[in-house]
Write a protein that binds this ligand. Structure first.
Ligand code: NI
Length: 224
């Protein structure tokens, strides 16, 4: 399941992010790449020791982790500290699968869901599409600034070469309460129905039944 989440960040938040990234120190993205990804990764990432990271995380992760679509689709248990990546002309990220286990010793997590938040607009660069292999063929994703996409970390994916301008994204990973992507998809569908029913009439019997079924399915499948 690939889920696009519109308007994670508003104009004001995007401006703040862009201001923070404007004069920030970027380093070679290969420094953070796993062994499988290193030969195909050609991008730059904000120096992980930079002081701006905290402010960026407050804005980007603060907004993402409150978004109901994100919560429903990812069912987050643990969330990684994001990377802020920049692709300039000639840069790309060849096909790979994300590392299954990430994080420092003592803070390890399993990557179930990969997340990209687009920090600038598609009109600002050519190329740079995220291409995710799905069971229905490749899906190409290039979203407006402030939008995000979620997809299973088990998917093969790549970022096409940027040929003009600059592509700015935040990328992060989630260890989900529910590790099976098929179960997460069922829960996501049910969550959408549940929200609509509750919004229409929270006291109606169908709303209460779907709400209870949703809660009990999560209880049945969640690993904490
Ligand atoms: Ni990746």
């Amino acid at each position: 399941m690939l889920v696009e989440i519109p308007e994670v960040l508003d104009t004001e938040q995007l401006e703040a992010v862009r201001r923070l990234l404007a004069d920030a120190p970027f380093v070679d993205g290969r420094l953070s790449a796993g062994t499988a990804a290193r030969p195909v990764k050609r991008n730059e990432e904000l120096d992980p020791g930079d002081r701006r990271i905290e402010a960026l995380n407050r804005i980007v992760m603060g907004a993402l982790t409150r978004h109901p679509l994100y919560l429903g689709a990812a069912l987050p248990h643990r969330v990684a500290v994001p990377f802020y990546a920049r692709y300039r002309p000639g840069m790309a990220y060849g096909e790979h699968v994300d590392d299954p286990v990430m994080g420092p010793p003592g803070g390890r997590y399993r990557s179930d869901v990969s997340v990209t938040v687009f920090l600038n607009g598609p009109e600002e660069y050519d190329g740079g599409e995220l291409v995710v292999e799905t069971t229905f063929g490749p899906r190409t994703v290039k979203l407006p600034a402030g939008h995000a996409v979620l997809y299973p970390s088990s998917s093969r994916h790549r970022v096409a070469e940027v040929t003009r301008g600059e592509r700015l994204v935040a990328v992060t990973w989630v260890q989900s309460l529910v590790r099976d992507p098929a179960r997460r998809e069922v829960l996501f569908e049910l969550d959408q129905a549940r929200r609509a029913l509750i919004e229409a009439d929270p006291t109606a019997e169908p709303a209460r039944r779907v709400q209870a079924a949703y809660a009990n399915l999560v209880r049945m499948w969640a690993e904490v």
